[in-house]
Design a protein around this ligand. Structure first.
Ligand code: AMP
Length: 211
């Protein structure tokens, strides 16, 4: 299954992608994780991407499109993938569709996470990442176990100022692609408010007809 997960920052895309991966084995491909890795390694792509990411802006389409198209061509993704955080613009959506058409496949479905901005602000303030496993926790709603608690870190772009910019970008540049995918009959919007288990069940209810 070729599935896209779209939603505002901190809406649960990464957490739910991990859950879907655990249940279906489909590779979880996060454009944000790939870019952060490039930034951490100091590659030319990472140095350029960092200029945008650190101020809550979107990385230019051509840079992101290239790394994602290359990644989904890897053998493990040929039968399907979960794209987390890609696509974020209509240009990215069209580039992905064109690449898939060239290889004789298509996007099977798009899940959009509906979470109000006020909830996003609360979630992002408590979000912590385990740098060893990449696992995402929340200090209040999904606290890390004691053996992990001392090593979890907050993402630098989860601070209040950068988060507001990321939310504005989401509403201006990413929301329009929901209409684009809806017009193709590919979109299900899932209520992203609730426990991780509740949201997971809503997603699997939406995917039932595709599996
Ligand atoms: P995320 O981990 O998905 O919240 O992404 C973190 C940051 O990486 C975003 O705020 C953007 O700066 C950048 N980024 C991730 N995915 C994309 C994308 N598809 N298009 C443009 N920028 C992206």
């Amino acid at each position: 299954m070729r599935l896209l997960l779209i939603g505002p920052p901190g809406s649960g895309k990464g957490t739910q992608a991990d859950r879907i991966h655990d249940r279906l084995g489909t590779p979880h491909i996060s454009s944000g994780d790939m870019l952060r890795e490039a930034v951490g390694q100091g590659t030319p792509l990472g140095q350029e991407a960092d200029q945008y990411m650190s101020r809550g802006a979107l990385v230019p389409d051509n840079l992101v499109i290239d790394i994602i198209i290359e990644r989904i061509s890897c053998p493990d993704a040929l039968e399907g993938f979960l794209l987390d955080g890609f696509t974020r613009t209509v240009t990215q959506a069209k580039a992905l569709e064109e690449a898939l058409t060239r290889s004789g496949s298509k996007i099977d479905h798009v899940i959009a996470f509906d979470v109000p901005d006020e909830e996003i602000v609360v979630r992002s303030a408590g979000r912590r990442i385990d740098p060893t496993t990449g696992y995402i926790y929340h200090l209040e709603f999904n606290p890390p176990p004691p053996e992990v608690a001392s090593r979890v870190v907050q993402r630098s772009d989860d601070n209040a100022g950068t988060l507001q910019k990321r939310l504005r970008k989401y509403h201006k540049e990413t929301s329009p692609i929901l209409g684009y995918f809806a017009s193709k009959g590919l979109l299900t919007t899932v209520n992203g408010v609730g426990s991780v288990d509740e949201v997971e069940e809503r997603i699997f209810a939406a995917l039932k007809c595709l599996m």
